[in-house]
Design a binder for this molecule. Structure first.
Ligand SMILES: NC(=O)c1ccc[n+]([C@@H]2O[C@H](COP(=O)([O-])OP(=O)(O)OC[C@H]3O[C@@H](n4cnc5c(N)ncnc54)[C@H](OP(=O)(O)O)[C@@H]3O)[C@@H](O)[C@H]2O)c1
Length: 249
């Protein structure tokens, strides 16, 4: 298995593809960046966000570049989105943090506008971090919005679209989110007994996204449900150097 992963990664490296990451300052995005830095799979990685962060301890090489954009004036930053093969979108907020309108703005408007700019800029493989239960007809704002974004992405006709639907993210979050923290505490024993049922470590999500990028497939659109994220990013270990869940902040 490890040899196959090595060969896969090496074949991918030789293609000298480029990547763009949205939401790289967040929990999953940051782990993804660390993994990309370690694997060195891309010849260039553009990190797009609203603020710069210190990545000196994340092992990033000179192929990584942070680009600051004003999300209210994304058209002014079209250049930042040009010239990438693979995009990793881990952008998002919560209703609690940003209110209903703020949530819709980030999780719908910003995601789709940046996706459009990247598509116009040549992006071929779009990877979107959605959520468990995403459904455009869902009664809850969160699941409905994610479902609506998924549908909008499908009609943009990327060469390849990978949608990830993780369940509750297991992470020692830097930011205080008491409701999530309580949920994680309650879910911890369940996660131990039934690891793929309703939780997933963020490391598995990040690794699943990377593995979906490097693994050839014939699907134009693939939806990775929580179990498949575990298989692709956790137990399957297509990338060889699996990190310990939630210990790398
Ligand atoms: N929490 C869960 O259990 C769960 C489960 C399934 C799916 N998801 C989804 O997975 C995705 C990633 O989750 P996460 O917990 O890793 O994310 P996170 O830590 O909350 O990070 C979110 C990212 O989005 C950026 N962002 C938020 N508001 C923004 C704004 N107004 N303008 C520009 N950028 C903004 C953040 O930038 P700053 O650092 O500058 O704020 C950060 O880079 C989200 O879409 C989330 O909905 C979450």
């Amino acid at each position: 298995m490890a040899e196959a992963a090595d060969a896969n990664n090496e074949a991918f490296r030789e293609k000298k593809q480029t990547a763009i990451v949205l939401g790289y300052t967040g929990e999953t995005g940051r782990v993804l960046v660390r993994m990309l830095a370690k694997e060195k799979l891309f010849s260039k990685v553009t990190l797009v966000g609203r603020r710069e962060i210190d990545l000196s301890k994340d092992g990033v090489g000179t192929e990584f570049e942070q680009k600051l954009v004003d999300f209210e004036k994304l058209d002014d930053h079209a250049e930042a989105f040009q010239g990438h093969d693979v995009g990793f979108w881990c952008l998002g907020t919560t209703r609690g943090k940003s209110g209903v309108e703020g949530f819709k703005k980030v999780d719908y408007d910003y995601v789709l506008k940046t996706a459009e700019l990247a598509k116009s800029g040549g992006l071929r493989h779009f990877q979107f971090m959605s959520t468990y239960g995403a459904d455009q007809n869902a009664s809850t704002l969160y699941s409905r919005t994610k479902g609506q974004v998924e549908e909008a992405l499908k009609v943009m006709h990327f060469e390849k679209l990978s949608i990830f639907r993780p369940a509750v993210l297991m992470v020692d979050r830097e930011e205080s989110r008491p409701v999530e923290a309580v949920a994680r505490f309650v879910l911890k024993p369940i996660a131990k007994l039934f690891p793929t049922a309703i939780t997933v470590p963020i490391e598995y999500v990040a690794k699943a996204m990377i593995n979906a990028a490097v693994t050839p497939s014939h699907d134009n659109v693939h939806v990775f449900e929580n179990k498949e994220i575990h298989a692709l990013g956790g137990s399957a270990r297509v990338c060889k150097d699996k990190q310990e869940p939630s210990k790398n902040k």
